[in-house]
Design a protein around this ligand. Sequence first.
Ligand code: ZN
Ligand code: MN
Length: 261
Amino acid sequence: MIETVRYAELPWPVVAERLAAGAPVFLPVGATEQHGRHMAMNVDVVLPSAVCEIAAARLGGLVAPALPFGMRSQPKTGGGRGFPGTLDLSAATVSAVIRDVLTSLFRHGAKRIVVVNGHYENIWPIVEGIELAFDAFGRDRADGPVVIRLDHWDLVRPETIDRIFPDGYPGIELEHASVIETSMMMTLRPELVDLAAATHDGPAQFQRYERYGAPTPEVPSSGVLSLTEGSSAEKGQWLIDDTVDGLVALCAREFGLEPRK
Ligand code: ZN
Ligand code: MN
């Protein structure tokens, strides 16, 4: 049998044994969404999946299959509906899927679960899904499960952001398909990035409100909300290192787990 952290690639007795031994289960949640002319549409799946797999290997953990669809893309955080290709779920669907996957994991005895999101619009639908899972399962059990939720960019250290953005950080909402995501993809899946195809029509200048029922003309036609200039595999590695270290540290703090190295 191969040595893997991928939950779905293991036979059920192995999964049962690892869950009984207290293995943390990571659940990456992504989207299939336009990420500019220069990148594949699976960025929001690749990035959380990768950091979960590296962290799980250091912790004896498991990584559940990533959710490949996300809450419908919004103009100010993902470009919105104007781009061919993006596959949207409604918020209620995302919440229901998260609820059902978590209640299954609870039923199988998973006690330590870390939901790692890669798509901005998923934040509140995931929160609701976690709440619904506890509504269904009960939340007052002394030895009940604990669920941690975060976005993969949350654990990047401020010093690293300062190093990557010496002229000022545009903020994570505008980072869609921009330096952070492009750099991490260049490290992890360089064959899915073609920087020569990137067009520079940003950064977006959005209004302070959202507009529905009419197009949002402020969305750059490239689909890149900020800029891709300055992206590099080296910066991607800094971001990945911070995030993996942060995941290992939070599992040590919250679950008392010792990293393997
Ligand atoms: Zn993204
Ligand atoms: Mn996204």
